[in-house]
Design a protein around this ligand. Structure first.
Ligand SMILES: Cc1cc2nc3c(=O)[nH]c(=O)nc-3n(C[C@H](O)[C@H](O)[C@H](O)COP(=O)(O)OP(=O)(O)OC[C@H]3O[C@@H](n4cnc5c(N)ncnc54)[C@H](O)[C@@H]3O)c2cc1C
Length: 263
């Protein structure tokens, strides 16, 4: 690992100022960034830790009926604090990685990294979340731009994630047992005005919405509603863990399971 400076500001403004420097990078829980630095695949000169910023911590319900999650909130805290407010999200957080990962990894780090097999991108896209940074607000539909690619600018900080709380929701993950990431994962969120279905782990383009299922489930929120649909294997990930056809099959199976569990 290269030498680096470490700063731990107490406010978003101070963190943003520290990130103005050349080669400075935000640090959340370090579950991805630190191993990347150990492998010398990243060499920031300054790490700006975000975990000491009080306004980026914790979970609460807003007056608008959204779940507000501070960008430096760990998965374990989301699991605990969202349990009664948004059980579908708490269930997702509680199945990320292992206890060590859940007690260090943060939602901001997960969404900034946008690993194609990560779980939170599915929840953010399925809820039509708003990602608030130190500079602006970004709708989830505009935020995810492909594998490991997002709308974030260099050094931009995810301060808060707001998710409209669904009437019903569930996340189904077919986990890759070695990494515990999603081989494929599906988040289903039912609202009064429609259903959103987001898929992670499957596509070479990263997280995506399965709009045909959304339409079918919008008029009939039951697993049977998608029985006549099929998912194309075109553009699905092909690796030693699963073929494109296998992943396409999983998308439909997991969507049905998520609907049954939510309903
Ligand atoms: C063994 C293992 C198993 C895992 N299993 C799963 C799993 O099942 N599902 C899953 O979804 N994830 C999984 N993860 C990923 C993990 O949960 C973290 O979400 C992920 O490592 C990134 O979060 P972090 O807080 O550790 O970010 P870091 O590693 O600190 O940072 C990652 C990237 O995000 C940037 N960043 C961090 N915070 C912010 C912020 N607030 N604003 C802007 N940029 C920021 C950093 O600069 C860096 O580029 C696993 C990780 C490990 C090591």
């Amino acid at each position: 690992m290269h030498n680096f400076d470490f700063v731990k500001p107490g406010t978003v403004a101070d963190a943003a100022a520290a990130l103005q420097g050349d080669e400075a990078q935000p640090l959340g829980g370090g579950q991805t960034l630190i191993p990347t630095m150990k492998q010398r695949l990243a060499a920031p000169e300054t790490l700006v830790s975000l975990i000491g910023i009080a306004e980026m911590q914790g979970v609460c319900k807003t007056d608008a009926g959204e779940l507000s999650i501070g960008g430096a909130t760990t998965h374990a805290t989301v699991e605990a604090e969202a349990a009664s407010l948004f059980p579908g999200l708490a269930g997702l957080a509680g199945r990320i990685g292992d206890p060590a990962v859940r007690n260090r990894g943060t939602i901001g780090g997960s969404l900034a990294n946008n690993d194609p097999a990560a779980c939170y991108p599915a929840a953010a896209l399925a809820t039509g979340a708003t990602i608030r940074t130190d500079k602006r607000e970004i709708a989830a539909d505009d935020y995810f731009q492909g594998m490991f690619t997002t709308a974030l600018d260099e050094g931009e900080i995810i301060v808060e994630v707001r998710m409209p709380i669904p009437e019903k929701s569930n996340y189904q993950k077919f986990l890759q047992p070695a990494s515990r990431f999603a081989l494929t994962g599906v988040f289903v969120a039912k609202y009064a005005d429609g259903v959103r279905v987001a898929v992670t782990g499957a596509s070479e383009e990263g997280v995506f919405r399965w709009t045909e299922a959304e339409q079918a489930l919008g008029s009939n929120f039951a697993a049977d509603a998608i029985s006549g649909l099929s998912v194309s294997a075109d553009g699905m990930i092909n690796d030693l863990h699963g073929t494109p056809e296998y992943r396409a099959h999983l998308v439909k199976v997991l969507t049905g399971r998520a609907v049954m569990a939510a309903a």
